[in-house]
Design a protein around this ligand. Structure first.
Ligand code: ADP
Ligand code: TRP
Length: 318
């Protein structure tokens, strides 16, 4: 299995990102024959128009993912723009991508509807994403539900290319992560940075504590029995525990654990669970990160380069 996943460098990562996408994706670095993880700085340019900010965002993302256990000894980790073949292939693919295909993109239509300033890059976003995937013969692309259509577009574009120029690309399959793992935010809705209800993974311990202590509860009195299944604090806490610890904690709720104490316990477990990761986050030097990203780009180019040559031969550029 050849797996590939890419992350938008879009700011502070939270518990929902960790359990919903980072943890399952990270697992592939142990099981797949080839695993690539990269930070899509070129895609980010469709919305970030500030050079210093982009540099900072992508560097932060690299630090976050590597601290979270994405391992350069097991997977190829790099910045998208360090491998110029992505942009080059994107152009070639755009010349055979029907306008109608892009016009059907739900995520683009969403943005238009929300009144977001669009640009040509936003419209052709799925073509660059197709290039990301097709360059590496990826057969499996793990994504959230919202990205499934984009992977299907990559498949359509690959098919078109193969029909026009001969078998060149592997047809990728989206692997949509099960929705069972929706992590609730501190207000009980889905945790999302757009709802301001997140518990961050990294950064100031006080901010984490504040977020946890601010989690919503119902109005049960201090010693009343509590229902763990309808309690957001418990729903978050159990993600951090094994089955027997989770069930022991559920019993404590039923026996009247006060919400204030439940939150303190959650904070302790949070720090236990993420302590090592947080320490690593502090200790990664800029030099180390630069080395990893350059090394990763070299390995990526060793795959993307020959692929690009085959593409150029097929289309008549070589
Ligand atoms: P946000 O909603 O905070 O903007 P993103 O859309 O950047 O998060 O999330 C990136 C990935 O993280 C998503 O594709 C999804 O798989 C995962 N994710 C985000 N929030 C949650 C959540 N609350 N529960 C489960 N997974 C989540
Ligand atoms: N569009 C994806 C997102 O917003 C990021 C992405 C870019 C991607 N290129 C990719 C994901 C290739 C998987 C494969 O999350």
């Amino acid at each position: 299995m050849k797996v590939l996943s890419a992350m938008q460098p879009s700011g502070t990562l939270h518990l929902g990102n960790f359990f919903g996408s980072m943890l399952p994706n990270r697992g592939y670095q142990d099981s797949a024959e080839q695993a690539l993880f990269f930070i899509v700085d070129l895609h980010a340019m469709t919305t970030v128009h500030d050079g210093n900010l982009l540099r900072q965002l992508r560097q932060d993302a690299a630090r976050d993912y590597i601290a979270a256990g994405f391992d350069p000894d097991k997977a190829i980790i790099f910045f998208q723009s360090y491998v110029p073949e992505h942009a080059e292939l994107s152009w070639i693919l755009s010349t055979l991508t029907p306008m109608g295909l892009l016009e059907r993109s739900v995520s683009y239509k969403d943005k238009v509807q929300k009144g977001i300033d669009t640009n040509a890059g936003l419209f052709t976003y799925p073509v660059l994403m197709a290039a990301d995937i097709l360059l590496y013969d990826a057969d499996t692309v793990p994504v959230g539900k919202d990205q499934k259509q984009h992977v299907e577009m990559a498949r359509d574009i690959a098919q078109k290319f193969n029909n026009a120029f001969g078998e060149t690309f592997v047809l990728p399959e989206p692997e949509v992560r099960a929705e069972v793992a929706v992590v609730p935010g501190t207000d009980g809705q889905k945790m999302s940075k757009s709802y301001n209800n997140t518990i961050p993974l990294f950064g100031d311990e006080k901010a984490i504590q504040k977020a946890i202590m601010g989690t919503v509860t119902d109005s049960k009195e201090k010693d009343d029995p509590k229902d763990p299944d309808s309690c957001v604090i418990y729903q978050i806490h159990k993600l951090l525990l094994d089955e027997s610890a989770a069930s022991a904690l559920a019993d404590e709720y039923k026996n009247g654990l006060p919400y204030g104490d439940a939150k303190k316990k959650l904070f302790e477990s949070y720090m236990d669970y993420f302590g090592e990761m947080r320490k690593k986050h502090e200790s990664l030097t800029e030099d180390y990160l630069s080395d990893v990203l350059e090394e990763g780009a070299k390995k990526a180019r060793a795959i993307a380069g020959p692929k690009m040559e085959a593409v150029k031969k097929a289309v008549g550029l070589l």
